[in-house]
Design a binder for this molecule. Structure first.
Ligand code: ADP
Ligand code: 5GP
Length: 207
C-alpha cells in the first residue's frame, strides 16, 4: 500500500459532563499511535495539568495575536475562556498520514464543518462524533456528582446541553455514553472504520 494515504481527523464533542474526558482517556489507552490535537486555551491550568500536554496555555493577548495571524482552524468562547484548535495540530499530521483526535466543543465542531466546505482536505479527512448522555436526568446527576460546579452552574450547563444536543444532525455519528466500555468501543469502531475510508486513499493506492 502506498504511504501517501491521508490520516483521519476524528472530532468528538458533546455537552459538559457527558464524559468526554473519561471516554478520551480510555481511547488514548487503546490507540497509543493516535495523535491528540492539543488545543490552546486562556483558562488557567488545573492541578496536574501540564503546558504542551493538556493544553497550550496562552494569555488573552497571545491568543488574540494568534487569531489575527490565522493560526486557528476554529476557536470558540466556552464558559468565559477562549479555546482554539491550531491548524498545525491537524493539517500537517493528516497530510503525513497520521490520525488525529480532537476533543472540542459543539461551536468549534460546527466551525470546522463550515471550514471543510471551503477546504477539500478537511472535507476528506474529518469525522464528527457527538457524545450524548442516556438522558438529561443522567447528565444532571453526572454534573452534580462531579461536584466541581455550583447549583447555578449545573443549571447553566444543562440548558447549554439541550441547545448543543439539538445540533445532532450536523454530526456523522451519535455515541451514547451510558455504559462507559460500550461508548469507548463505539468510538474505537469509528476510528478504525475512518482509517478504511476510500476518501483518504491516493489514486495509486496499489503499487
Ligand atoms: P466532560 O469531559 O464531558 O465534561 P467528564 O469526563 O468529566 O465529562 O465526566 C463527567 C462525570 O461523569 C465524571 O464524574 C465521570 O467520572 C462520570 N462519567 C463519565 N462517563 C460515565 C459513564 N459512562 N457512566 C457513569 N459516569 C460516567
Ligand atoms: P475544559 O476547560 O474542561 O478542559 O474544556 C471545556 C470545554 O472546552 C470542553 O467542552 C472541551 O471540549 C472544549 N474545548 C477544548 N479544546 C477546545 C478547542 O480547541 N476548541 C473548542 N471549540 N473547544 C474546545
Amino acid at each position: 500500500m502506498s504511504a501517501k494515504r491521508l490520516g483521519s481527523a476524528v472530532i468528538i464533542s458533546g455537552p459538559s459532563g457527558v464524559g468526554k474526558s473519561t471516554v478520551c482517556g480510555k481511547v488514548r489507552e487503546q490507540f497509543p499511535e493516535l495523535q491528540f490535537s492539543i488545543s490552546c486555551t486562556t483558562r488557567q491550568p488545573r492541578p496536574g495539568e501540564i503546558d504542551g500536554v493538556h493544553y497550550y496555555y496562552l494569555s488573552k493577548d497571545e491568543f488574540e495575536k494568534r487569531i489575527a495571524n490565522g493560526d486557528f482552524i476554529e476557536y470558540a468562547r466556552v464558559f468565559d475562556n477562549i479555546y482554539g484548535t491550531l491548524a498545525s495540530e491537524v493539517i500537517e499530521r493528516v497530510q503525513a498520514g497520521k490520525d488525529v483526535f480532537l476533543d472540542i466543543d459543539v461551536q468549534g465542531a460546527i466551525q470546522i464543518q463550515a471550514a471543510a466546505e471551503k477546504n477539500p482536505l478537511l472535507k476528506k479527512v474529518c469525522e464528527f462524533i457527538l457524545l450524548a448522555p442516556p438522558s438529561f436526568a443522567v447528565l444532571e446527576k453526572r454534573l452534580r456528582d462531579r461536584a466541581s460546579d455550583s447549583a447555578e452552574q449545573v443549571e447553566m450547563r444543562l440548558a447549554k446541553a439541550k441547545y448543543e444536543l439539538s445540533f445532532f444532525r450536523k454530526y456523522n455519528y451519535l455515541v451514547v455514553n451510558d455504559q462507559l466500555d460500550k461508548a469507548v468501543a463505539d468510538v474505537a469502531a469509528i476510528i478504525r472504520s475512518a482509517g478504511l475510508r476510500t476518501d483518504r486513499l491516493p489514486e495509486d493506492f496499489l503499487q
